[in-house]
Design a protein around this ligand. Structure first.
Ligand code: HEC
Length: 161
């Protein structure tokens, strides 16, 4: 009797599991041919950074002393002192340069039409971090600026500190 109950229980468990997995696969199968997690589906869109990268970029942006200190919580900066990142033509149109600026500072990037009293100093030390935070600002505060990949910035040399 006990053994029978166990077998019945095990079978129910097996079918239950089979239903869950087939259901999960079916839901996302039309969007992704490989795996079916939400993050991977999102990463498959070439214009939207992954949720993981957005979270990493947000954490960097909000670190005290980093971006948020000058460009403010809403990305709008301080008039004539720290530029507004919302709708910034430099950010939206020169993504690789924006990543370079976060790595090596604005003095190295130059070519700005609007001059600010002080340059922006280097902010982060790795391409992964720089790409994450630029993708975050490209897709925050109302910006819908697409994204840049680590591969696109592979030729950017990080200055020694
Ligand atoms: C200490 C203040 C300060 C911090 C911290 C800072 N910035 Fe800046 N940022 C500036 C200043 C000043 C400029 C303008 C520099 C220039 O044009 O030479 C600037 C310019 C920019 C620009 C170009 C905008 C435009 O339209 O010219 C981007 C993009 C940017 N910062 C992103 C970031 C990100 C992302 C971070 C955090 C990783 C960050 N900044 C941290 C002060 C800061």
């Amino acid at each position: 009797m006990k053994t029978r109950n166990f077998i019945a229980f095990a079978m129910a468990g097996f079918f239950g599991l089979a239903m869950i997995t087939s259901c999960g696969g079916g839901k996302t199968g039309d969007q992704s041919t490989t795996d079916s997690t939400a993050v991977k589906d999102q990463a498959a869109d070439p214009n939207v950074p992954s949720a993981e990268q957005m979270a990493m970029g947000k954490a960097i942006y909000e670190t005290p002393g980093k971006c948020i200190t000058c460009h403010m919580a809403n990305g709008q900066g301080v008039a004539s002192v720290f530029p507004n990142l919302v709708g910034s033509q430099f950010l939206l149109n020169s993504k690789v340069l924006a990543v370079t600026q976060v790595l090596n500072g604005s003095a190295k990037v130059g070519n700005k039409t609007i001059k600010y009293p002080a340059p922006m100093l280097p902010q982060v030390g790795s391409a992964d971090s720089a790409v994450a935070v630029i993708n975050y600002v490209l897709n925050s505060f109302g910006n819908k600026g697409g994204m840049v990949t680590v591969d696109e910035v592979k030729d950017v040399v990080i200055d020694p500190r």
